[in-house]
Design a protein around this ligand. Sequence first.
Ligand SMILES: Nc1ncnc2c1ncn2[C@@H]1O[C@H](COP(=O)(O)OP(=O)(O)OP(=O)(O)O)[C@@H](O)[C@H]1O
Length: 257
Amino acid sequence: MKLSFKHTAKSFGGLQVIEDFSRDFEEGELVALVGPSGCGKSTLLHIAAGLEKPSAGSVLADGKAVAGPHPERMLMFQENALYPWLTLAQNVAMALELQKVDKLQARKQAVEWLAKVKLKGFEDYYPHQVSGGMRQRAALARAFISHPKVLLLDEPFGALDALTRMTLQDALRELIREARPTVLLVTHDVDEALFLADRILVFSARPATVLQEFNLAHLEKTHDLSDFAEVRREILGLLGIHAEHEDNIAIIEGAGI
Ligand SMILES: Nc1ncnc2c1ncn2[C@@H]1O[C@H](COP(=O)(O)OP(=O)(O)OP(=O)(O)O)[C@@H](O)[C@H]1O
């Protein structure tokens, strides 16, 4: 599904958060949004999800104005994504039950999706009985089970340690390869953006405008990002972080910007 922002702006009271944002996001494309904390990245996702209305301009999904939430545009965020009182399988199945799929069929598909994200054997565990990484695997299964056409990911792996984050990035990449949704990914982790994204948009401080766009489509990527050192440096430079500090700030939130 193609997602188009047309001169989108957003203010909350007197606070202008987004100023005249226009971009197209093509079917199957993954675009990472990076920028200083509080610049308006999550707000852009909420507008695309139909949870917030733009103050001016519009967002179109395959040419039709987004007027509210719809299951084909799925938002997934960092924490508290699963219902603690439901097992992993019940959490995943719920996405289908909400779409009126019968319970047995929903359970069967949930078990299959949990296996895809390497959670076979944990179907009947409750979220508090598994690790943070496993919870986010289950959240990915729940996001993908209803075949969303647009996936809006708000720092989905932000709470995980670096190693777990990488395995989740691999899992996400695999799921995307099969399902081909259009993905907008908000992340503070520049390496995550480099690894996953076809394009990276770097935003200014609020009100958010695009400082620069990097096109990385069709490049072969592994977690060894040494070939991307130059782009990485440029992005960090745009964010006001200088090379001598780089090792400490792969996750830019940690740098307090
Ligand atoms: N519903 C709301 N009502 C009032 N102000 C809001 C609302 N949502 C967001 N804001 C404000 O809009 C600004 C941008 O918030 P947003 O969450 O979009 O930033 P962000 O770039 O995603 O930040 P972070 O990277 O820290 O998550 C902030 O100043 C925030 O306080």
